[in-house]
Design a protein around this ligand. Sequence first.
Ligand code: MN
Ligand code: MN
Length: 352
Amino acid sequence: MRASERGTRVAHRVSEADAARIARFRPASGMDTPRFSGVASFMRLPVRDPAGADGVEIGIVGIPFDGATTNRPGARLGPRGLREASTGTRSVNHATGIAPYALAACADLGDVAVNPVDAGETCRRIEAFFRALTAVGIVPLAVGGDHLVTYPVLRALGRDRPLGLVHIDAHSDTDDAQYGGSRLTHGTPFRRAVEDGVLDPGRCVQIGIRGSMDCADERDWACAQGIRIVTMEEAAGRGMPEVAAEARAIVGGGPTYLSFDIDALDPAYAPGTGTPEIGGLTTREALTLLRSLRGLDLVGADLVEVAPPLDPSGLTALTGGQIAFEILCLLADAAATRRAAASSIDHTVEKR
Ligand code: MN
Ligand code: MN
């Protein structure tokens, strides 16, 4: 263990046995082999088939599907681009001190086998894939793909009890239907998830919402369900720590999902996305917001709508890779907290 990770380990009381298991899933070190070498995986983590993922606690999964995009396509290449771009991320969060690879066993679990020309079939495949992960206790970090992919992930994770949601996006994605009545587009996932009972709308908060709408129904329906919408204008006025504090209060201590659409960021920072909206978050604001969400009981998360072909500079993928690391830090911290709580409960039972 590196000296920089020792404090985190003690804080979360990672047992010796857990530490040995977790150590088998360390990313390849940039000190042993250069970061530009080798086969690119998310964060240079080991690649495991989901069926052979014994011991994995957090699985990063690519979902290369953008067939539900209503504007400019390209997010199907998000997982490829983010595997490459995320190889530059290291192992300790300098701001929070979280060392995710010392706290939880993480792996790249490959991609869901999507059908690029059939959204319904793709949703069924995604849901089955993530149900299999949750059945063995793996917490997923999904990498899209367009935002429709969040819907089947939520169906898998929220099957037994509705989840809370922190949703960072320029768009509410609570449209009813688009394009001749299509109910499965990247503008509809959160409406479908609330309708299916896998999200608890009273524990949902959307941050960064802005721009023009096709119809006010998207916003009005969400508000009528009890979803809290923090517009970009309100968020900028109040500041990220205050917005994060409200979000934490809304979702409370229950199981919560985090969904990050890269178009929440201003196009100056992330131009490579299908539906850019000006006047968005700076990357610095996004980092503050995410780091201020530490402590949530996160049971899954995603990063969606990175479309590398729309940004030949590579900036959007670079930004996405580093945002994914920040999200992974939150997931690992939550997983370690749950593990420590479970072991202290076990210990109490043993004493009796
Ligand atoms: Mn979205
Ligand atoms: Mn969006």
